[in-house]
Design a protein around this ligand. Structure first.
Ligand SMILES: C[S@@+](CC[C@H](N)C(=O)[O-])C[C@H]1O[C@@H](n2cnc3c(N)ncnc32)[C@H](O)[C@@H]1O
Length: 482
């Protein structure tokens, strides 16, 4: 008689145990430790997970398995309300972020501070503040050290602007200036995006907007009572603070990406001398800079709208002026909804985080313009998050053999193949793109269809290291030639 098979719960526990052993071995070999939740965040505190792919994978498996185990064991109504009551946690994070609790608690140190004293500093009602802090303490974001005395954790310390509390309390409009950007990003999400989320269903229930891909018909427009895109809304003089906070937040996102991500996006070395690479919607040229530095024989064209190209000129004048004066780098005003200059032979059209800003109907226009300007040898390189299904993809093996990298790495059973909540950021970004722009992140098969509709064939996906990460992969395509 065969032994009874292990329950899913026991299999998950075994995965946690084996992965923790792997993680601990990796840490001791590298001389790093798993940090305490009570210690403040520092880039060095995360070394235990990064730097060794086996440690990164083990950390992802532990996270996914622990949350899966909790979903099995906890009363379903509790788990349902972790999602349905998500607005409570968003509210609590917003209250603590905007009332500068993290800065105040940083100054108080690990012993924490009584909520009466927190209230005396930030002007909030201590009784109300304690309730918000306690909700977050249940999730290890803040800690209730003793009754009504709270301290930061490694998670809440991510909301720290690192400025003196008196300064951020006295100058809320200046709070995010010269910070690393994550508190600004969270503040933006908890304001514009949170308000937009409250109108998501109203937008989907209205036949006039249910299937719209127009950026001025996103839930954000309904929430703000304007038929404007986010950019038009920000251009209003009274929205100057939100616009500035958004820009600082975006710098924060870029700071989380490897600075030279574009270097690994394509085999730039394979291109002959003088080959032209066009960075479409290239911003100020953040991606083009490392390519121009490492591959001086290539000609880079950074295209964007006029005000951005004006900024780009300043950036290149300070960082790599000789590249522009020698003609290796061209900074060019070009609307990607208009045809590309016809006389240029382009080796690579490069688009980083462009398509996720636009619905399919707009992406078709952008990609068709590039296809019209492509020769049979032109390659298209897109840097986008590629979203895996939350189940095994039965077509993945087939598409993997036809398209290198098309299938994402799957988590070990019985975990969700996409690592579930451990890989949540891409899915959060996807819904965020809907709320703000009526746009989206895409699965590999969606991307393949979009490319095919516009005359491009998906030829491969270069995936970055790290278990199941969906964030910023390089997608390569070539023209379909009849
Ligand atoms: C998300 S940013 C990405 C910038 C850059 N590729 C990067 O990853 O750093 C989107 C860019 O698209 C540009 N953009 C928006 N509409 C455009 C248009 N119609 N034509 C050209 N660029 C446009 C914006 O100005 C912005 O620089």
């Amino acid at each position: 008689m065969s032994p009874p098979s292990l329950s899913t719960a026991r299999q998950l526990l075994d995965l946690i145990s084996a992965s923790l052993t792997t993680l601990e071995k990796s840490c001791s070999a590298r001389g790093v430790t798993i940090p305490d939740i009570q210690d403040p965040f520092h880039p060095a505190s995360e070394a235990f997970r990064v730097g060794d792919p086996a440690a990164a994978e083990a950390a992802n498996v532990i996270t996914a398995a622990a949350l899966h185990l909790a979903a099995i064991i906890a009363p379903p109504q509790n788990t349902l309300y972790m999602a349905a009551g998500g607005f409570v946690k968003s509210t609590a994070v917003r209250v603590c972020l905007e009332s500068n609790v993290t800065e105040i608690l940083r100054e108080a140190g690990p012993e924490g501070l009584h909520v009466d004293e927190i209230g005396a500093k930030n002007g909030q009602d201590p009784q109300k503040l304690a309730r918000f802090l306690r909700v977050l303490a249940n999730h290890h974001i803040y800690r209730e050290v003793k009754p009504n005395v709270f301290a930061n954790t490694r998670i809440s310390s991510m909301l720290d602007t690192l400025k003196p509390s008196q300064e951020v309390i006295a100058n809320p409009e200046q709070k995010h200036e010269n910070t690393f950007g994550l508190p600004a990003l969270a503040s933006h999400h908890l304001d514009e995006m949170f308000k937009a989320s409250a109108y998501a269903w109203e937008t989907l229930a209205d036949p006039a907007t249910a299937k719209s891909g127009e950026p001025n018909e996103a839930p954000l427009s309904r929430a703000m009572g304007v038929k404007e895109t986010l950019w038009e809304f920000y251009a209003r003089p009274e929205q100057a603070f939100r616009q500035r906070r958004f820009n600082i937040g975006m710098q924060g996102v870029r700071a989380l990406e490897p600075v030279d991500a574009s270097l690994g996006a394509f085999d730039w070395e394979s291109l002959p001398e003088g080959s032209v690479i066009v960075d479409v919607g290239g911003g100020v040229g953040t991606s083009a800079l490392p390519i121009a530095r490492e591959h001086p024989s290539l000609h880079l064209v950074v295209q964007d709208l006029a005000p951005v190209i004006e900024d780009a000129k300043k950036v290149w004048a300070s960082k790599m002026p000789e590249a522009v004066t020698a003609g290796r780098v061209t900074l060019e005003v070009q609307d990607f909804f208009k045809p590309q200059p016809s006389s240029r032979h382009v080796s690579v059209f490069f688009l980083k985080q462009i398509l996720h800003d636009w619905s399919d109907e707009y992406c078709v226009k952008i990609l068709s313009n590039l296809r019209a300007a492509a020769s049979p040898r032109t390659r298209l390189v897109l840097m986008e998050s590629v979203i895996p299904f939350a189940c095994h993809d039965p077509n993945a093996d087939e598409s993997q053999s036809a398209i290198p990298g098309a299938a994402s790495k799957e988590a070990p059973e019985p975990l969700l193949p996409n690592y579930g909540v451990a890989n949540d950021m891409g899915y959060t970004a996807d819904i965020g793109m809907f709320l703000m722009f009526n746009s989206q992140e895409r699965t590999a098969s969606h991307m393949k269809d979009l490319l095919r509709r516009t005359g491009w064939k998906l030829s491969g996906i270069r995936r970055r290291e790290g278990g199941g990460s969906s964030f910023l992969q390089a997608i390569e395509a070539e023209p379909i030639v009849d």
